[in-house]
Design a protein around this ligand. Structure first.
Ligand code: P6P
Length: 343
């Protein structure tokens, strides 16, 4: 590819994974194969999402379409595609999914010896699809703790976020991107539909140490803890440096809100609310993977008190308060929570 007379070599996801193989301690290609199969599933899901607007032709979930097949809800479809792809990889012995109450154990053939487990929200924010708002897949990969050759155990999925070996998200937006980390920085790949490949477009992403965007659902303001209210008042004051308040941006799709703030600088907050006294977002397959990416890009991720990656999950679907984004903004929000200034 040539831009302004300079030639650029397009690096595909598979080439990147192979080139970075050395980054994965002790892995002899297993993690690479996992990430490759993840990319395949993401492309299949992306294709289906892009057609979602054609429900009048393709039919609504629960309908039977012209081929006589039952039309699936997209999050059910996404869940099945990622499970099938990861089972096919032979490297994964089980999956925890937002869509399933219990873990899915791959107890056959190669998968039983798989050294990794996979946690995911296969299609986060799926209710936004019908209004054409970006949605995402969020994933997290751990090395299993149980003995290879035996069925995966629940404990394999309840490890602290610090034990993740890889994590990231796919954002199905104006373009489709895969953003992930294996603990050696964060890299973003944009899907080139003309060749059906994820191509390196955002190498070594670093998030600004501070920013001027705050993202939370202010409709819940009445129920926010006092420290969150105080921090919002701080964001809404004229900043001496610019003479203007921060900017409020909230899409209501975690991956979209996080991705914008990752690139531009900002903080995303889902605090305790009346409807969700422990917060709404899930620790295992939403907060921990996003937190791993944030920290690897130079940002921070907190539950309002401490580092979210250090929490030991008790339940697969437990919810936690979530403060994530630019390092200095998360630290400042924690200070407001610890000691809210008088109104
Ligand atoms: P609220 C989408 O349903 C989701 O799980 C996240 O993607 C998003 O950040 C959050 O919920 C939005 O929740 O309560 O503001 O609509």
């Amino acid at each position: 590819m040539s831009i302004h007379g300079r030639s650029y070599r397009v690096i595909t996801l598979n080439e990147f994974i192979i080139e970075r193989q050395a980054d994965f301690l002790h892995a002899k290609g297993e993690l690479s194969r996992l990430l490759h199969h993840l990319g395949v599933a993401a492309k299949i899901v992306n294709k289906k999402i892009n057609k979602a607007g054609l429900v009048d032709i393709l039919g609504r979930a629960g309908d039977v379409n012209v081929q006589g097949e039952e039309v699936q809800k997209l999050d059910v479809f996404a869940n099945e595609q990622f499970i099938a792809a990861l089972r096919a990889s032979g490297e994964c012995c089980g999956i925890a999914s937002e869509e399933d109450q219990t873990i899915t154990v791959f107890d056959e053939g190669l998968s039983r010896d798989g050294r990794y487990v996979f946690c995911m929200d296969p299609l986060d924010g799926s209710s936004n699809i019908e209004v054409n708002v970006s949605v995402g897949t969020i994933f997290s990969i751990y090395r299993r703790r149980s003995e290879p050759g035996t069925p995966a155990q629940l404990e394999d999925f309840l490890q602290p976020g610090t034990a993740q070996v890889a994590a990231g998200y796919v954002i199905y937006g104006s373009s489709t991107m895969l953003v992930y980390t294996t603990g050696n920085g964060v890299n973003g790949f944009t899907l080139d539909p003309s060749i059906g490949e994820f191509c390196l477009s955002h190498p070594d992403i670093k998030t600004p140490t501070s920013g001027r965007i705050y993202s939370l659902n202010e409709g819940n303001h009445v129920h926010f803890p006092e420290g969150v209210k105080a921090y919002i008042r701080h964001c809404q004051k004229d900043d001496p440096a610019t003479g203007r308040p921060y900017t409020s941006r909230y899409i209501g799709s975690l991956v979209s809100d996080f991705h914008r703030n990752l690139l531009k600088g900002g903080i995303f907050i889902y605090p305790p609310t009346g409807a969700a006294p422990k917060g709404k977002l899930r620790l295992v397959y939403e907060c921990n993977p996003i937190a791993f990416v944030a920290e690897q890009a130079g940002g921070r991720a907190s539950d309002g008190v401490g580092r979210i990656l250090e929490r030991k999950p008790v339940d697969l679907h437990e919810r936690v308060p979530f403060f994530v984004g630019s390092r200095d903004m998360v630290s400042e929000a924690e200070r407001f929570l610890a000691d809210p200034p008088p109104r």
